[in-house]
Design a protein around this ligand. Structure first.
Ligand SMILES: [Zn+2]
Ligand SMILES: [Zn+2]
Length: 242
């Protein structure tokens, strides 16, 4: 732990916000891909339907009387409006939300508001970073629950938490490596008891963060915790969101 090397302006709020922004950038990319795939699928279906109507089977002069007859379902299908692309609708909603978060930081009229949020975060006041972090986390969670892809997290098994001493640290590994952070998942009371979050106790907290804020979930820049654990490279596996 080398807290003296941390910039004094980087508080846990800034770290949580930046980690959430990179996670959201990843989630948003997956969502955009789903929307593109769905658009291609819908376009393919639209091309297929008239072809089916002209096929020899459906063009037979003698209806079979079975479900393969074109008379009912297929003709109705030919005039059916295009199927909705719900991923695209969700993606558009996410973009509106991200633009709204950028507006909180007085960023507008830019091509990629999320990239601008990430660039602007280090210069924000801690209270602003905390509010932005909450919104980014909400949006990230909303998208990830919909698409079923968890953020990339790598457990650190060989180093205890500097604060609670439990071996429940994780690297949050979305975005560029210099933006990776380490969080503590806290602990659980033995025998299935309640979860105890690992929260900062402010000045004098053993977490060693210079900008320690009482009551905030512990978070560190990756290199502050893992100087001696350089081998903690993330696997490429992603666990599915339940
Ligand atoms: Zn802890
Ligand atoms: Zn602390």
């Amino acid at each position: 732990m080398t807290p003296s090397s941390l910039r004094s302006t980087v508080t846990p709020h800034h770290l949580h916000a930046t980690a959430a922004a990179w996670s959201l950038a990843d989630a948003r990319q997956h969502l955009a891909q789903l929307a593109d795939d769905e658009a291609a699928q819908i376009a393919a279906e639209a091309r297929e339907e008239p072809a089916l109507l002209r096929s020899t089977v459906y063009g037979s002069r003698h209806g079979s009387g079975s479900h393969s007859d074109p008379v009912g379902g297929m003709l109705a299908t030919a005039t059916r409006p295009e199927r909705r692309n719900r991923w695209a609708e969700m993606s558009a909603r996410a973009e509106r939300r991200i633009t709204g978060i950028a507006a909180m930081l007085r960023i507008d009229g830019v091509l990629d508001p999320l990239a601008c949020i990430i660039a602007a975060l280090p210069g924000t006041l801690p209270g602003t970073a905390a509010v932005v972090a909450k919104h980014l986390q909400d949006e990230d969670r909303w998208i990830r629950e919909a698409i079923g892809i968890a953020a990339l997290r790598v457990p650190i098994l060989h180093a205890p938490c500097p604060a609670c001493r439990c071996r429940t640290l994780h690297v949050q590994a979305e975005g560029p490596r210099e933006a990776w952070t380490v969080v503590c998942d806290g602990s659980w009371e033995p025998g299935g008891g309640p979860h105890r979050p690992c929260l900062c106790t402010g000045a004098g907290c053993p977490c060693g963060m210079p900008g320690a804020v009482e009551g905030v979930a512990h978070i560190w820049p990756r290199d502050a915790v893992l100087g001696a654990v350089a081998g903690a490279v993330p696997s490429t596996t992603r666990s599915e969101v339940r």
